[in-house]
Design a protein around this ligand. Structure first.
Ligand SMILES: C[S@@+](CC[C@H](N)C(=O)[O-])C[C@H]1O[C@@H](n2cnc3c(N)ncnc32)[C@H](O)[C@@H]1O
Length: 476
């Protein structure tokens, strides 16, 4: 590791925090270097200790807060600072929105090379706590202790306990045993605490990847914000009907608002909250959520937008940007479970979705039937192939009037971009959860045929640095 000439590990320095960079890290400048300061807020004056130096990158942690930023606020959660969930709870919400807006601008200016951006003020959330409709908690036999010494870990099996909560940042084996969480709901907190106590009473072992043995893996809670239905999904390594029956019976009595209880069995080593089998112990095994005037049936393995209210705002923005007409044919590329397709279907003639994950596509088809919609078709396949080689499906539909893109964080493949430009739709609406890859892709889309007409950031995840952005591209 090459150390910078001016600063070395262990140095204490005074820093004026001037900005917020990608991934929510606060920055200061010293001797021409950028210093990233954990937990700082732009506007703070701090004494910080350098703990890492590498080329032009220096990282420091706060030793003393000399003058707090006016954007600082009291974090509501008892676990703030340790938990990986809400990194920005100590920043006033208007301040968070200001930083997120600036992140979008920075990405489009620095990565996209654009200037004079037609960007609209960010759409903030009305509910900044308890906004999530899904939470995933992990079981572990190793606890992350919050009390000093900060990096102390209680060794496995010391008190025969079971820990249930969220991971601390960058420590995927260690769990913060959550006493409260302000992201989902009070019912969710009750389910979390009951499940932990029940598991401790029964002394059923936690799954360990090292030994590939044990039982408990994840607790996933989904709660519809519109229908209020609640699903509890316990993810385990094996099938233990006697444990599950007794758990479901007692849990139902403890939290009567629960509408369904499911057990997902994942026998594989991969630590994911999905599995090969799903067993229903109570209710229908699904919950229903509404987006706009559409109802979505969500099973334990389905993807669904986690902030219902802001997903509606995001899709409303995409709909407005598309200037949709009853005669329009729309390609919904990266269509997932069809939420955008369904959301806009009554405003257009035809929507054609393209999606590579079969499970998501099946959910999309099921949602279309559940909503009695007849003008949405879905094509399975990798978009790169479906737009370049296997293109027979395109002959069945007129050329699109609007192309909507909602890719994963990695963005759109260059070949897909080239084909869209060749097809030349009159309107392109690009929905993104990663402004950096969006700016890169929009630069390519805009080379000679298109221009950015509008940008609209939308905040889906208050207290985190994540930001969604919708771009409208029109022909030059
Ligand atoms: C951000 S999600 C879109 C979600 C969708 N709008 C919804 O609400 O369900 C991105 C989707 O792109 C799909 N995907 C990723 N790479 C793909 C590819 N190369 N071709 C087609 N679909 C892809 C993923 O499976 C995922 O469903």
């Amino acid at each position: 590791m090459k150390e910078s000439p001016q600063l070395k590990r262990g140095d204490e320095v005074e820093l004026e925090i001037t900005g917020s960079a990608f991934e929510g890290k606060s920055i200061a400048r010293l001797h021409g270097l950028v210093v990233f300061v954990e937990g700082a807020v732009p506007g703070d004056l701090v004494t910080a200790q350098i703990f890492r130096t590498k080329k032009n990158l220096v990282e420091a942690k706060i030793v003393r807060l000399q003058r707090p930023s006016p954007l600082r606020t009291e974090a509501r959660c008892f676990h703030f600072g340790t938990c990986g969930g809400c990194k920005w709870q100590h920043v006033d919400y208007q301040g968070q929105l200001q930083f997120k807006q600036q992140h979008v601008i920075d990405a489009f200016e620095r990565i996209g090379g654009f200037s004079n951006l037609p960007i609209q003020p960010i759409l903030g959330a009305d509910e900044i706590f308890f906004y999530r409709n899904k939470m995933e908690f992990s079981f572990s036999d190793q606890e992350w202790l919050e009390l000093p010494p900060v990096d102390a870990i209680k060794p496995a099996g010391l008190n025969g306990n079971i820990y249930l909560g969220l991971h601390v940042p960058q420590r995927y084996d260690k769990i913060l045993d959550l006493k409260e969480c302000h992201l989902q709901s009070q019912e969710s907190n009750k389910i979390l605490s009951f499940t932990r106590s029940f598991a401790r009473e029964t002394k059923i072992p936690v799954y360990s990847t090292d030994s590939d043995s044990g039982y408990l893996r994840f607790l996933v809670i989904r709660q519809s914000k519109r229908t209020k239905q609640i699903m509890v999904n316990l993810v385990t390594r094996t099938d233990d009907a006697s444990f599950m029956n007794s758990y479901a019976e007692k849990l139902k009595r403890e939290v009567p608002q629960i509408t369904t209880i499911v057990n997902t069995i994942n026998t594989k080593r991969a630590q994911i909250a999905f599995g090969e089998q799903e067993r229903i112990y109570y209710g229908e095994g699904v919950i229903r959520e509404q987006l706009g005037n559409r109802t979505f049936v969500i099973s334990a393995g389905s993807f669904f937008q986690t902030n219902t209210a802001q997903a509606e705002r995001l899709f409303e923005t995409a709909k407005d940007f598309g200037e949709l007409k009853q005669s329009d044919v729309v390609y919904d590329l990266y269509s997932g479970t069809g939420s955008i397709a369904l959301f806009i279907s009554s405003n257009v003639r035809q929507v054609v979705g393209v999606e590579s994950a079969e499970i998501a596509l099946k959910d999309a088809e099921r949602n279309v039937v559940a909503n009695s919609v007849t003008n949405c078709d879905f094509i399975l396949g990798d978009l790169k192939d479906r737009l370049t080689r296997d293109i027979d499906w395109m002959k069945r539909y007129p050329n699109p009037d609007v192309v909507i893109l909602d890719p994963p964080r990695s963005g759109v493949h260059t070949k897909v971009i080239e084909r869209i430009v060749e097809i030349g739709p009159p309107r392109i609406v690009y929905v993104s959860c990663n402004p950096a890859t969006q700016a890169r892709d929009v630069k390519l889309l805009c080379t000679d045929k298109y221009r950015i007409a509008k940008l609209q950031p939308v905040d889906m995840f208050p207290h985190t640095y994540h930001i969604e952005n919708v771009a409208l591209l029109l022909p030059k």
